[in-house]
Design a binder for this molecule. Structure first.
Ligand code: ZN
Length: 246
């Protein structure tokens, strides 16, 4: 009887010890495991949705919409030689597109690739819908007085001023045309764009000398390179670094 009772006590004591041990282990597991669990619940998914979203917005590249002004039924201005603005706009835009496409910093897109008419609102929508980082509208200037010449760059929203200045400075330096300045004007394609948007008028098509430059292959290449340089200068100074993100 006594051995039996003793055995019961010993068994009871061991059972109680095991219960305590088990409880202690689960408590330790809870204390030790919770911080990791919390990390994987809050830290990781947040980080995962945040980082790729940033990458996806640029694909590691700055999205640039190039908008060749006019097209189709809207020919734009007639130059000194009688050629239409819409054609030289498109030729310059295509050259700029090729330059940006070859640059790992950029991903370009055109609002038109041939002689078609595109509404101004639809041009801005290409950039807004895509979530572009910048819109560059390409035009050629015109005036009744053929002696008027020079480079002008337009912007509408104040947050586009720095981009306008960056591009304007490079175009003026590369072309050597008179510097007619960066100008603020309410232009539909710019005002509807939700990102920095500028309209570039490298020169006056109604000025024979500037038109000859703007219609020539070499001149258009110089213009395209200057605009691309302006974009590089602007985005290099923006603090964003898509190559590091991607
Ligand atoms: Zn125009």
């Amino acid at each position: 009887m006594t051995t039996n009772t003793r055995l019961k006590y010993i068994i009871g004591f061991i059972a109680a010890l095991l219960v305590l041990l088990a409880a202690g282990r689960s408590l330790l597991a809870q204390i030790g495991g919770e911080p990791d669990g919390a990390k994987s619940l809050t830290g990781s998914p947040r980080g995962e949705t945040g980082a790729p979203a940033e990458n996806e917005s640029s694909g590691g590249r700055f999205k640039i919409v190039i908008d060749p002004g006019h097209g189709g039924k809207d020919p734009g201005s007639a130059g000194a030689s009688g050629q239409w603005e819409k054609d030289s706009n498109l030729a310059l835009a295509m050259k700029l597109y090729e330059l940006l496409k070859a640059d790992p910093l950029f991903e370009p897109r055109l609002t038109r690739t041939d002689d078609t008419f595109v509404e101004l609102a639809d041009r801005a929508q290409v950039a807004d819908g895509w979530g572009a980082d910048a819109l560059i509208s390409i035009h050629g200037n015109a005036f009744e007085d053929a002696s008027v010449a020079g480079t002008e760059t337009y912007y509408t929203h104040p947050d586009s001023l720095r981009l306008a200045e960056a591009i304007h400075g490079k175009v003026v330096a590369a072309l050597g045309f008179p510097d007619r300045g960066v100008k603020e004007e309410k232009l539909k394609v710019l005002s509807l764009s939700e990102m920095p948007a500028v309209l570039v008028e490298p020169g006056y098509l109604t000025n024979a000398a500037e038109e000859a430059f703007m219609l020539g292959d070499g001149g258009q290449r110089t213009e395209a390179e200057a605009i691309a340089d302006g974009l590089r200068a602007y985005f290099a100074g923006s603090g964003a670094d898509p190559s590091a993100a991607g």
